[in-house]
Write a protein that binds this ligand. Sequence first.
Ligand code: ZN
Length: 258
Amino acid sequence: MIPGRRALRINVLKFAESHRSKKFSVQGAPDEPSVQARTVFQVVYADGTVMIDSGMDEQVHRFFGRGVVEPYYPEAAKQVERALRSARAIIVTHEHGDHVAGVIRTPFVAELAPKTLLTRTQVQELETNPQMPEIKISPEMASRYNVVDYEKYLPFGPGVALIKAPGHTPGSQMVYVALESGREYLFIGDTAWHMDSVRLIKGKAAPWIQEDEGALLAQLKWLNELYRTEKNLFIVASHDEDERKALIAKGLLGDGLE
Ligand SMILES: [Zn+2]
């Protein structure tokens, strides 16, 4: 719907990792080591970039390790910060710390907030039910961001639409991107932590998270259908390290931010 030339390419950057048994990511998966990549994505237009997710600082990263020190790459985190500052707009898939902290706990909040789009639900969760105290925002802080609400779909930019997808969190949304080349992507955030969830239609088995399991299952069924039938569409799960490597190897995602 939005006029203009579509984006040319999309980049990914991993700035941290969590190491967890795969049995937590996919119901029925074996109890074997698995890397959860902490990532951001950069949609590159001819005349500017849009960031999908904003990363997090090391303190918020430590929350996810729950006592275990996990890899955090400060050089990559600096790249994320530079990419956020040079972006035209920033979208977040959901209101969890590893996706949103980069636009909240940053010395550049005055610069980043006016070009960050948050949904009303994401803001409500950050105000009243934040994943960790570090990302709680006040109503005064919330007013610095672009806060939007929409029913099911929100056209965002040329070739880009947001898809409301509460389930993993109340404020979860997916980001659809069609490139100038015609290739399509669907960024599903944490709807699945590993693409096996989409391939097998099996949700997570992580006792420490609370999700709307009915909504999640419906989304996994829908994604599975897309996965099997839409050969020009690439479904991208934020934390799937196996998929990240494969998409980079195939030239479907650029390795690192511009
Ligand atoms: Zn996440």
